[in-house]
Design a protein around this ligand. Structure first.
Ligand code: HEM
Ligand code: NAG
Ligand code: NAG
Length: 316
């Protein structure tokens, strides 16, 4: 039964997603040659005001691509009674929507009706990583925006409690392999997490352990101080790493010390092939940057939409 469900859901996803159809890095060369500069300038401006903008943009792009392909479905506001992705459960720390609004406005002023919101988000995520000190890459363009966004579909996102086989399944349904999983997880070099995302590791972890034994004990103790059981403190949590606004390979070094936040991070050590990559990226920022850029292009090439939205928050 479980196998039947898994096969069925992967067939379903295959029909919804396609990898890289008709995207190209010179897609707007004739119709909107300044699009990259315009987006870069808007992201830069936002970054000057708020150093948490890169983390937000990167996570938005990831969430976008994992549901219905990179089609800007994550940007839609609720219409009528419909609950959209943005109001679905893993919505904590989804922010910086205003940056995409500003970029879209500026792009529309230069080349109306041409550039999709999904492309703007893909460009903004790349610019975000660069501003945070990370690698750059050519963003393939030509995505279309979708007309559907459903809160219920946020269940398709991988959860921070996932083990390696669950993560592998989630990624492979989208044409991404274990190498992509290890490289893209390095996105957790940036940003912040709320207690709820790693609380499972700190209290009543399993029948024999209160605390996840794979966490470094002193790190677990410090997390427990910030995130006590049944805490009602809103917005309590932890930075992903000690340099949450700098994109670097610290994430992998922390995994090796048992100091990553999520089970889904720590579980990268549970197979020989993924463990080897964690060691490699912990030892070489350059190797990580190259792998991250390659896998970002792969992830951001999952397409799914139909139109070029006029306003990123509403369908045409
Ligand atoms: C491998 C599966 C993944 C899981 C289970 C996962 C889970 C999470 C969770 C639970 C949070 C914290 C939300 C909160 O409590 O506020 C988070 C934050 C974040 N994730 Fe992931 N994530 C995954 C993959 C990715 C990927 C592929 C990227 C980008 C390449 C990414 C980028 C981020 C960023 C930048 C943040 C911080 C957001 C902020 O501070 O605004 N994640 N992730
Ligand atoms: C986020 O998701 C939770 C759980 O579904 C929901 O109660 C909350 O209203 C959502 N937040 C936003 C801003 O939509
Ligand atoms: C991962 O979790 C799933 C679902 O809980 C479980 O069926 C599977 O056995 C787990 N895999 C490993 C390697 O622990």
């Amino acid at each position: 039964m479980a196998i039947a469900v898994a096969v069925f859901s992967s067939l379903l996803l295959c029909s919804v997603f396609s990898l890289g159809d008709a995207l190209s890095s010179n897609y707007y060369d004739k119709t909107c040659p300044s699009v990259e500069d315009i987006v870069t300038n808007v992201v830069k401006e936002a970054f000057t005001e708020d150093k948490t903008v890169p983390a937000a943009l990167l996570r938005l792009h990831f969430h976008d691509c994992f549901i219905r392909g990179c089609d800007a479905s994550v940007l839609l506001d609720k219409f009528g009674n419909s609950k959209v992705e943005k109001s679905g459960p893993p919505n904590l720390s989804l922010h910086a929507f205003f940056v995409i609004d500003n970029a879209k406005k500026a792009v529309e002023a230069a080349c109306p009706g041409v550039v999709s919101c999904a492309d703007i988000l893909a460009l903004a995520a790349r610019d975000a990583v660069v501003l945070a000190g990370g690698p750059t890459w050519y963003v393939p363009k030509g995505r279309k925006d979708g007309r559907t966004s459903l809160a219920s579909e946020t269940r398709q996102l991988p959860a921070p409690t996932f083990n390696l086989s669950q993560l592998q399944q989630s990624f492979s349904q989208r044409g991404l392999n274990l190498g992509d999983l290890v490289a893209l997880s390095g996105g957790h070099s940036l940003g912040f997490s709320h207690c709820s995302s790693f609380q499972n590791r700190l209290h009543n972890f399993d029948t024999t352990h209160d605390v996840d034994p794979s966490i470094n004990p002193s790190f677990a103790a410090s997390l427990k101080r910030v995130c006590p059981a049944h805490s009602q403190v809103k917005n309590a949590g932890s930075n992903m790493d000690p340099s949450p606004t700098m994109f670097d390979n610290t994430y992998y070094k922390l995994i090796l010390q048992g100091k990553s936040l999520f089970s889904s991070d720590q579980t990268l050590l549970t197979s020989p092939s993924t463990k080897k990559l964690v060691y490699q990226y912990a030892g070489s920022k350059k190797a990580f940057y190259e792998a991250f850029a390659k896998s970002m292009i792969k992830m951001s090439s999952i397409t799914g939409g139909q139109e070029v939205r006029k306003n990123c928050r509403v369908v045409n």
